[in-house]
Write a protein that binds this ligand. Structure first.
Ligand code: NAP
Length: 281
C-alpha cells in the first residue's frame, strides 16, 4: 500500500511558518488580483486566494473589471499596478474573455511582480535552468511535496502527462533541472501505457478521470495526481484510478488533499518572496 502524500498537512506547515514571518513585518506583503467578467469558477478561485491571503496577514486587493473591458483598459490597469510600489504581486485570473489577448496581458505584468510565473522572462529562466523570480504555483507545490517526503528526483525516470504552460511544461523542466530523465506525454502520444509503465515518478496533469490505471504503473512508483475532475457520483477526483493504483505505488497524492492545497500555498509563498526581493532582503 502506498504512503499517502498529504498536501493538506504539508501546506498547513508551510503556511504556519509564513504566517509567523509575516506577523513580524511592519509593512505587509501585498497581492492584487484582477478578475475580468463573471465566470463563477474564477470568482470562487479569486475569493479563496483573497481569504487565504487575509488569514496570513497579506494585504490583498481584488480588482473586478467587466466582461466588456477593452484590452487597452486592462493593460493600462496592469501598468498602473506595475508602477505602484505598494503592490508586490500581480495576478490576472484566467481565462480571459475571447476579445482579450491573454499573451499580451501576461507579458504586460512586470516579471518581478509575476506571482503566477507565467511571464516569458520567468518561464524562460526555468527553461534555461536559470533563476526566475518565483516558480509557478502548482509545479512548485509538487516539487515541495517530493522534497517533504524525501523522494529523490536525480537520476529517476519521470513521466509528465500534460504539456500546459501552467503545469506540465514547467514541472517537466523543473524535474529536468533537478537531473531527472523526463518524458513529456500529451494527447498525441502513442503507447502512453508503455511510457508510463517505465516511470519512477508519474505526474498526471490532464483532466481526465481514470486515465492512469493500475496496470500502467510500475510497482513502487511515485504518483502525483494534478487532475481535477468530477466522478460519476459528483465527487472531486483526479486522473488516477486511486483505489487500485494505491495498492502498487510507493507514494500517491489523493484528490482532493494532495496537490490542490499546495497550489494556493505556493501563491502565498510567492507573494512573500516577491515582497522580499523588492525590499532587498
Ligand atoms: P490543459 O491546459 O487542458 O492541458 C491538458 C494536457 O493534457 C494537454 O497537454 C493535453 O495534450 C493533455 N492530454 C489530454 N488528453 C490526453 C490523453 N488522453 N493522454 C495524454 N495527454 C492528454 O490542463 P491544465 O491546465 O494543465 O490542467 C490539467 C488538470 O490539472 C486539470 O484537471 C486541471 O483542473 C488540473 N489542475 C489542478 C491544479 C491543482 O492545483 N490541483 C492546478 C492546475 C490544474 P495536448 O497538449 O496535446 O492537448
Amino acid at each position: 500500500m502506498a504512503q499517502i502524500i498529504d498536501g493538506k498537512l504539508v501546506s498547513k506547515k508551510i503556511l504556519e511558518n509564513l504566517s509567523d514571518e509575516i506577523l513580524f513585518l511592519e509593512k505587509k506583503p501585498s497581492l492584487t488580483v484582477i478578475i475580468v467578467g463573471e465566470d463563477p469558477a474564477s470568482k470562487i478561485y479569486v475569493n479563496l486566494k483573497k481569504k487565504k491571503a487575509q488569514e496570513l496577514g497579506i494585504h490583498s486587493n481584488v480588482i473586478e473589471m467587466p466582461e466588456s473591458v477593452s484590452q487597452k483598459e486592462l493593460l493600462d490597469k496592469i501598468e498602473e499596478l506595475n508602477n505602484d510600489d505598494s503592490v508586490n504581486a500581480v495576478l490576472v485570473q484566467l481565462p480571459l474573455p475571447k476579445h482579450i489577448d491573454t499573451k499580451a496581458v501576461i507579458e504586460k505584468i512586470n516579471p518581478i511582480k509575476d506571482v503566477d510565473c507565467f511571464h516569458p522572462y520567468n518561464m524562460g529562466q526555468i527553461a534555461t535552468n536559470g533563476k526566475p523570480y518565483v516558480y509557478p504555483c502548482t509545479p512548485k507545490g509538487i516539487i515541495r511535496l517530493l522534497e517533504y517526503y524525501d523522494i529523490p528526483i536525480e537520476g529517476k525516470n519521470a513521466v509528465v502527462i500534460g504539456r500546459s504552460n501552467i503545469v506540465g511544461r514547467p514541472v517537466a523542466q523543473m524535474l529536468l533541472n533537478q537531473n531527472a530523465t523526463v518524458t513529456i506525454c500529451h494527447s498525441k502520444t502513442k503507447n502512453l501505457d508503455a511510457i508510463v509503465k517505465n516511470a519512477d515518478i508519474i505526474i498526471s496533469a490532464v483532466g481526465q478521470k481514470n486515465l492512469i490505471k493500475a496496470d500502467m504503473v510500475k510497482d513502487g512508483a511515485v504518483v502525483i495526481d494534478v487532475g481535477m475532475n468530477r466522478a460519476d457520483d459528483g465527487k472531486l477526483c483526479g486522473d488516477v484510478d486511486f483505489y487500485n493504483v494505491e495498492k502498487k505505488a510507493a507514494f500517491i497524492t489523493p484528490v482532493p488533499g494532495g496537490v490542490g492545497p499546495m497550489t494556493i500555498c505556493s501563491l502565498m509563498q510567492n507573494t512573500f518572496d516577491l515582497y522580499k526581493i523588492q525590499n532587498g532582503s
